[in-house]
Design a protein around this ligand. Structure first.
Ligand SMILES: [Fe+2]
Ligand SMILES: [Fe+2]
Length: 220
């Protein structure tokens, strides 16, 4: 792991420390309610699908390389993984619609706003692959952080879903993105740091929307 990546991970952990306990509690509440947990996993499936579609939409063509194909294949598999578990837990086929997801508008907005904020901030001359790698890397920080907490909550609840291989892949993506960005001379710590701060604010809103759904459910 490059030291730049270690420093970024450390900063991310520091910034997100206040969000760890509420995230862990939110995850435990979802896991405890089978129907809601199925909808939560279906929402994660949609987010993974949005990510894999984004890679396909921006990186397809004859210039695509093996690491990008690997990344695309794995994110596509993550969407499938969560869909499969969501359907199993629900005992029926879930759709990507409001009734079968949790806070779907906020979830979609999280992704779209993050993308819009980052696109606006890139210099015009930057290599398109460096844009893809930077944007992916910012999301990978959240994936690794969030899935680690999710895995711990699943183990505590004795749930059969295991995120171990998924977590290993997200960790691999993070290291891979850092290495490839360094190859472009674009492992820009200040830029990544700034984007992670934006992402953390957007994640805070998504977390609040997830918690709101749980509270509404408990009060109903
Ligand atoms: Fe993923
Ligand atoms: Fe990933």
């Amino acid at each position: 792991m490059s030291s730049a990546l270690e420093l970024l991970v450390a900063a991310f952990e520091r910034d997100n420390a206040p969000l760890a306990a509420p995230t862990g509690a939110m995850l435990a509440d979802f896991i405890a309610d089978k129907r809601l947990h199925a909808r939560f996993m279906n929402t994660l499936s949609m987010l993974e699908h949005m990510g894999s579609h984004k890679i396909m939409a921006t990186q397809h063509g004859l210039g695509i390389d093996q690491p990008t194909l690997k990344h695309l294949a794995e994110e596509t598999r993550h969407a499938f993984f969560f869909k499969r578990h969501a359907n199993r837990e629900a005992g029926r086929v879930l759709e990507y619609n409001a009734a079968d997801m949790v806070a779907p508008l906020t979830a979609r907005r999280y992704f779209q706003r993050l993308e819009a904020e980052m696109v606006r901030a890139f210099p015009a001359a930057i290599h398109p692959r460096a844009v893809y790698l930077t944007m992916s890397m910012v999301i990978e920080f959240r994936a690794v952080w969030g899935y680690r907490l999710y895995q711990a909550a699943l183990v505590r609840a004795g749930n059969i879903v295991s995120l171990k291989s998924l977590l290993a892949e997200e960790n691999g993506h993070l290291a891979d993105m850092a290495e490839r960005l360094a190859g472009f001379g674009e492992l820009d710590r200040d830029r990544l740091r700034k984007f992670c701060v934006i992402e953390t604010a957007l994640y805070g809103r998504l977390l609040a929307a997830f918690i709101e759904t749980l509270n509404y459910r408990l009060a109903a």
